[in-house]
Ligand binder design. Structure first.
Ligand SMILES: C[S@@+](CC[C@H](N)C(=O)[O-])C[C@H]1O[C@@H](n2cnc3c(N)ncnc32)[C@H](O)[C@@H]1O
Length: 222
């Protein structure tokens, strides 16, 4: 199984020898790769719909991993038992949907559970949900496929309040990274907020807070 850069970056974060769950698996490439490479011995490939789960079944059967990879219909983690998996990936979905899974799955509040989240949208809201629910983000990785950048968050429950600023929600852990993709992602964030600021200024609207934020983000302009 050959993964694209995005899925490979997720696979690289998975801890070895834990039960792995892939929420919204679709093609099941991730669990197949992890079993094939001896990173996990047992995985649960879950999806809300039958169609994607059939795609998953095709991959699992054709690679001969029906014993190791269980297929499961589930809305988020609703159809999981407590602590059924300790490595959990949720990739290719919106940040608000991912947030809703976290908020309603109380057993994720366990320091031994590792969440690997790859939101397609609303990254800031997802970070806020994590912090407000006492999770910490220990690492963020940027991957690139074609000309699209993807962000991946590695998170654990921490049982303590996490203090954060608006800037933390916007840039996350990326300023701690020193790779070119993180720098490219940060520069995109700067451009996005600078564009907003320019539009407000043009419309003669009040924009002191945004001006301050853009001033902070300017250090990542490329
Ligand atoms: C864009 S695909 C991502 C597939 C794979 N995770 C990846 O990143 O390449 C999104 C998948 O999430 C599934 N999905 C959407 N809402 C879901 C939910 N509430 N619970 C579980 N799966 C869901 C869809 O059926 C679809 O198969």
């Amino acid at each position: 199984m050959k993964l694209d850069n995005r899925l490979m970056a997720i696979a690289d974060l998975v801890r070895k020898d834990k039960i792995f769950a892939d929420i919204g698996t679709d093609h099941a490439y991730l669990p197949v790769y992890l079993v094939e490479n001896g990173i996990t011995k047992k995985a649960i490939a879950a999806d809300l719909r039958v169609g994607p789960l059939e795609n998953a079944r095709d991959a699992v059967v054709s690679y001969g991993y029906s014993e190791q990879i269980e297929l499961r219909l589930s809305d988020g983690l609703d159809n999981f038992k407590e602590n059924e998996a300790h490595e959990i990936a949720v990739a290719g979905m919106g940040g608000l949907l991912i947030s809703s899974f976290i908020e309603r799955t109380h057993w994720l509040k366990n320091e031994n559970i590792h969440l690997i989240l790859q939101p397609m949208t609303h990254v800031e809201e997802l970070r806020k949900t994590l912090f407000d629910n006492k999770f910490i983000i220990d690492k963020e990785v940027v991957a690139k496929d074609g000309d699209k950048l993807y962000i991946i968050l590695s998170c654990y429950y921490y049982s303590d309040e996490t203090a954060y600023t608006d800037l933390d929600l916007i840039v996350g852990k990326l300023p701690h990274n020193n790779d070119d993709l993180s720098k490219e992602y940060l520069s995109k964030i700067y451009n996005k907020y600078k564009k907003k600021l320019d539009a407000l200024k043009k419309a003669d609207k009040e924009c002191t807070d945004l001006e301050e934020l853009v001033g902070e983000l300017k250090q990542w302009q490329q």
